[in-house]
Design a protein around this ligand. Sequence first.
Ligand code: ADP
Ligand code: MG
Length: 613
Amino acid sequence: MANTHQFQTEVRQLLDIVIHAFYSDREVFVRELVSNASDALEKLRLKQLTNAAVYEGERELRISITTDEEAKTLTIADAGIGMTQDEVVEYLGTIAHSGTKKFLEMMKESKGGTQDLIGQFGVGFYSVFMAADEVEVTTRSWQPDAAPVKWVSDGKEGYTLTEAAADTPRGTSILIRLKEDAADFARAEHVRHIISKYSNFVGFPIDFNGEHLNTVQAIWMKNKKDVKPEEYEEFYKFTAHSETAPMSYMHFSADAPIVLNSVLFVPEENPEIMGFGRCEPRVALYCHKVLIDSKPENLLPEWLRFLTGVVDSEDLPLNISREMLQDNSLLRRISGIITKRFIKHLEGIAKDSNDKYESFWQQYSRYIKEGIVTSWEHKDALGKLLRFESTFTEAGKLTSFADYVSRMKENQKDIYVLFGSSRAQLEHSPYLDALTARGFEVAFFTDGGDQFVIDSLMKVEDKEIKAIDRANLDLPPLEGQPDKPGLDENQAKSLTDWIAETHKDTFSKVTTSDRVTSAPAIALQGENDISPEIKAYLKAMGQPVPEVHPEIAFNPHSPIVQRLAQLRSENEELAGLLADQLINTALLRAGMLEDPAKLADNSQALLEELLAK
Ligand code: ADP
Ligand code: MG
């Protein structure tokens, strides 16, 4: 019943890339196939342990690899879960795998550099065509009544499906007829060398040309002292399908209150960079070395989705279903313990090596920030992991809240921060004056969501965090400043009363203030107002935006303000125009001016009035 099928268009595109690319490391296909065999065995073992009716045959749970140098073939067979005919069509004829889809999208954007991408993102099964002229997959599903099938393809247009022999054992056997220039993969020594790198991390025995190759060991169950750094590295490369070593790893075991064994890895690069979407959870859940779920949704909080690795707990029931994982109090406790441990691990890195922590920060800062907003119980610890520039750092140099606090002045109560789009913009902020004059440091936050992050954090290192564009700063009086001429109390009150009266219901407060030293006036976010950033966000989302009532503070020492106070009795109209000019400029600087045309119109009217004299 030979039956010819076309590959899905995306598969053809992918295969075209795979076949024609130049590969620096095409041996990754062996790893991909061994990893598929191991996955298939893991799935079967779980079926057996949860008492599903499984087609047994006599095959043990093992992987068999054979090379035939003369025939130029390599065969990788497993006694795993196998595939039904429908599954073969779906899994080996379409792109179901989301990572592969992303790979294709990337390929369309990038020109050249393909070989790196193939290694980096693991194109899975299809990578076999880097080395194969033809591939023959013979498979029988675990389901007792499914017929065995044979799939054959040269990786070009499509594949043929035929019935396989009735005595086909359960599992999948992949026979690879190698390309002329890939004949090396039929050489026993070459293949043994490739497999030996990670064979010990495969949870099942591997037979190589009839000889037993590996000692099965779950690296996470071992004592830390008995595992070498290279072993962690190889384990990571195998399980995360990565070509590069991890940036960092953590091995953690506990006996109480829950039996836990875990190895977690921080990848060298943020998996969501380069336009890649949100990544799926990649820390697998095991129960005493049996894989329960390779992508459990609720094992770790979402902001830790960049991690890969394994969490194993003997206390979990083996037959736990996906639904039970959704709402399982034990899982929640595991999540809490591991998260806390991992935060400690990061604290350790920060303490040991600033450089290493900063390279972590460069890749992963937004996950830490996401954690502050979403993991209430960990936010205090995470706040200490934040890094930022400040008025006391050089451009490009980072500091922490702990260091900030160590530099705080004796009369400084709170931590001061300012939000904006860049350091250059923030350095010119009129809000800085009052803090700089007192010798207080101001932390700069320039990422989009920083306002939410700091609002969630509220306190760090036992100090309150205050945004300096808010009205209620409560600064200590300025000391040792030479007396500058300024408005006296009566003049000041008369000026601010006048502005409040002429701008009824516009401002929550009109004051004169020592907070402003260089500009004639500044606008502050009213105490009950939402911030300009949040306002812009609501607007962009088409949400109703509540009315705001900023506070205006005049600088009593500014010559312009002093002149303004006088001018009222001489020429009230001109004084009104001048006041509006100062107010609108202050609002503009603060990002609070609704309608910039107002400022332009006012400037024009002011000039006309002045030049008419
Ligand atoms: P991934 O392993 O990331 O899902 P692959 O391209 O490696 O992607 O494999 C695609 C799918 O083909 C697998 O998800 C699995 O369902 C199926 N498959 C591949 N190899 C085997 C195998 N040896 N036994 C059973 N199923 C397999
Ligand atoms: Mg795979």
